[in-house]
Design a protein. Structure first.
Length: 270
């Protein structure tokens, strides 16, 4: 009997293709930004590059991607994880604000950027978050999960996501380390929340990414890449992820014990 499971290395070529195309598209978007008339503080066009990379990868490998991409999970699980994700964002916001206040950093508050009202900024931030997540959690992570565990796939996705922000490598070691810690921590968090089809994953990941970016906008404004801002972001991301990973682990142990009790009960009854 032949197996329909994808070959162990079948994910590799599409994965590398996605990464290369995303970085190439990023360069093109950076060149397009000055002539687009769109202020990068309102919508950095480079945020759309992962979606472009994902779209091109899907077009190239359409026939091969179907067995590599995940199936649906029950709607009840999606809703439950959505509620948990929103709670995680609230915790992230709280830790971020407290950390900045302890540092003595002023909070930016609601403000316009480049003359664009705050309400419209919320929309452009949502577009940018979706543009990234279509690639990171919609394409890269599902492909990596064909070879690696969920945790490892999440960490690798977070590292690629962080390194993709190449500008951090000119900002000094504190910003580099702090930013990578934040992207990896948030990637682990979103990776465990976002399960199911590409659409289910992207929807939840976009919500978390958007709320995190809005939190940074409200608290730090354009200071999010300073050492103080990066450290505060990293602390908030690490604390939030640690809390919810502990919750996931506790829930998993509880399910394991319940299953063991159920099996023992069935054995006794038999």
């Amino acid at each position: 009997m032949t197996s329909t499971a994808p070959a162990p290395r079948a994910f590799l070529v599409p994965t590398l293709t996605f990464v290369v195309l995303t970085f190439v598209a990023s360069g093109a978007m950076l060149l397009l930004q000055p002539v687009s008339g769109i202020d990068p503080g309102v919508l950095p066009l480079v945020q759309l590059a992962p979606a472009v990379g994902a779209g091109l990868t899907f077009a190239i490998f359409r026939g091969r991607l179907a067995p590599l991409l995940p199936g649906a999970v029950p709607r009840r699980q999606v809703v439950a994880h959505l509620v948990l994700a929103f709670a995680a964002c609230l915790l992230y916001w709280g830790v971020l604000v407290v950390t900045l206040l302890v540092q003595g950093e002023p909070l930016a508050g609601v403000h316009a950027t480049a003359g664009v009202p705050f309400v419209l900024l919320l929309l452009t931030y949502l577009v940018g978050a979706a543009g990234e997540e279509i690639g990171w959690r919609g394409m890269l992570q599902p492909l990596l999960e064909n070879r690696f565990s969920l945790l490892v796939a999440s960490v690798v996705t977070g590292l690629v996501w962080g390194v993709w922000h190449v500008q951090i490598f000119t900002a000094g070691p504190v910003v580099i380390v702090g930013f990578l810690l934040a992207t990896v921590a948030l990637s682990v968090l979103v990776g465990h929340f976002g399960r199911g089809t590409v659409g289910q994953r992207v929807a939840l990941a976009t919500l978390v990414h958007w709320l995190v970016n809005v939190a940074l906008l409200l608290t730090l404004g354009d200071r999010h890449s300073t050492p103080e801002g990066t450290v505060a972001n990293a602390i908030a991301a690490l604390v939030t992820t640690a809390v919810f990973m502990a919750m996931f682990a506790a829930a998993q142990r509880k399910r394991g014990k319940s299953a063991l009790v159920a099996r023992r009960t069935q054995d006794v009854a038999a």
